[in-house]
Design a protein around this ligand. Sequence first.
Ligand code: SF4
Length: 285
Amino acid sequence: MKVIIDAHAGPCSGVQRALCLVDEQLAKGEPVVAIGAIIHNDVEMVRLKGMGLETIDQKVVENGDLRRLREKKVFVRSHGISRKLHQRLSQEALVLCDGTCPTVRAIQKTIARFHQLGYQIVIVGTPGHPEVVGLNGYCDDQAIVVRSPEELSSFELAEKLLLVAQTTVARNKFLAIEEKILQIVPHAIVKDTTCRQVSNRHENMRNFAAGVDVLLLVGGKNSSNTRTLFDIAKQSNPRTFWIETADDIERSWLVADCIGITGSASTPLWQLQKIKEYVESITFN
Ligand code: SF4
């Protein structure tokens, strides 16, 4: 029997970068408070909190209560924050540690530039998602945020229009909205900002799931990214099981010649290694 870890598993580079930055600060003994959870993975958040990380709800910070942030390093996660919030934190002389993903940062800058030139901004994404809230903050919260081509009919679209996407949006969804926008506004400027790391991961997940007898997908139950990957994997391999820790594994699942272990974009590799060791310990004994 073989137990293999998916070679394409592990957090995306943006989340990985944020984790490395925060690990570095905590290892130096710096008091760090993160605006929101750095990763949608309870096991990893427990590890970071054990090293001293504190978190604060973004809404509390937006509403102006900055008391808990004094004397601490304020960590901005990979989703980024709005320009207004960034400026306020700087004005308050709070020390920032910016984990904004460079790709997200580039989209923020593009939005700001086109907004200044008088363009209407349309973002394909989920309203209220922290990345979308941050992006919208670069055009004075005036962006139109849509999830489907149908939603466009509720808005009056301008002749000068920039279309972008939340990075984790599925590319086919973005392309469908792009097609509709170009029918209405033929000269709209379209920037496909969906992240290739996400779309490539979907394809790789299909292949990995199809190549093993049983698939253990490790990820937080509160992670929408894990839900998407689970649905994709389950279509390729009905014996796919979504777990958070080794405690979730049922022995009856493990009757197989080849067991694959993978994770979502918010599952660090060390968790996959632990699951592998656990599976080997019960199946080889
Ligand atoms: S999904 Fe892509 S753009 Fe978004 S944080 Fe990860 S690497 Fe950055």
